[in-house]
Design a protein around this ligand. Structure first.
Ligand SMILES: C[S@@+](CC[C@H](N)C(=O)[O-])C[C@H]1O[C@@H](n2cnc3c(N)ncnc32)[C@H](O)[C@@H]1O
Length: 237
């Protein structure tokens, strides 16, 4: 559960029931929350495993590729959506342009696009070091399942970060591709490292994740860490 994402949903989504497409729904947590809020949700994902996990969470997810490039059946049953949500999925979608063209075709004339994203390329050496050091400490404390690199103690965190994330689409490319097709109505840079580590915290208490988020937010405000996430909303032009 991501409280900050849910707060954003409350700020941005119209209160009346919306027809929402969750594109790249993963395990369906967000789709389930949107359904709880009374919206009519269609959830799709390219991964069969993700679709099964989402279904197990009560979300009637279906397998489809939003880009139409994988040989899977295209998603198109003729419905248009009031809102399309892309939560941490756009940076995985290739080709990016095909994904956004399809999204544009599926969105109603007054529709709203919501993109919540990881800006891996905004991380600098300090951000990478903070991420790996914090993850290691939480793992050593037994409350996170964070991959370690045995035998590589002196490794440059920035290099490790680039190796792990270099195949993801950079933030500037995502924002530019959205802006070519939509009118961007809001764009906020956000903390992301705490959210990333939070996904690996095995302790069910949310205190650790909330504290990490507070530290990251304060370090960003002080200019010590860069933001590594963004949230944008956009409308059809
Ligand atoms: C990092 S997960 C995010 C899952 C979820 N939206 C969340 O916020 O936790 C990215 C998801 O996008 C899905 N995905 C990637 N490319 C896709 C595509 N072309 N069409 C549909 N889903 C895709 C992946 O299978 C994966 O489940």
């Amino acid at each position: 559960m991501d409280n900050h994402q849910y707060t954003w949903l409350s700020e941005v989504l119209p209160p009346s029931p919306q027809r929402i497409l969750d594109a790249g729904c993963g395990r369906g947590e967000l789709a389930a929350e949107l359904m709880r809020r009374g919206h009519t949700v269609t959830a799709i994902d390219i991964s069969q495993e993700a679709v099964e996990a989402a279904r197990a969470a009560g979300v009637p997810a279906r397998r489809a590729d939003i880009t139409g490039h994988s040989g899977l059946a295209d998603y198109d049953d003729g419905s248009l959506f009031d809102v399309i949500v892309m939560s941490l999925s756009l940076h995985h979608m290739h080709p990016l342009e095909a994904a956004l063209d399809r999204v544009s075709g599926l969105l109603d004339e007054d529709g709203l696009l919501m993109v919540d994203e990881f800006a891996w390329d905004w991380a600098d050496g300090a951000a990478a070091a903070w991420f790996y050091d914090t993850g290691s400490l939480l793992s050593a404390a037994g409350i996170a399942d964070f991959p370690r690199e045995p035998g590589r103690p002196g490794r440059d965190p920035a290099e490790r970060w680039r190796e792990a994330h270099g195949d993801h689409t950079p933030a500037a490319d995502m924002i530019a591709a959205v802006a070519e097709r939509f009118e961007v109505t809001s764009l906020r840079r956000e903390p992301y490292l705490s959210r990333y580590i939070g996904g690996k915290v095995t302790n069910s208490s949310t205190d650790v994740v909330n504290e990490l988020w507070r530290i990251e937010r304060d370090r960003i405000a002080a200019g010590i860490l860069p933001p590594t996430g963004f949230r944008l909303t956009a409308r059809k032009m």
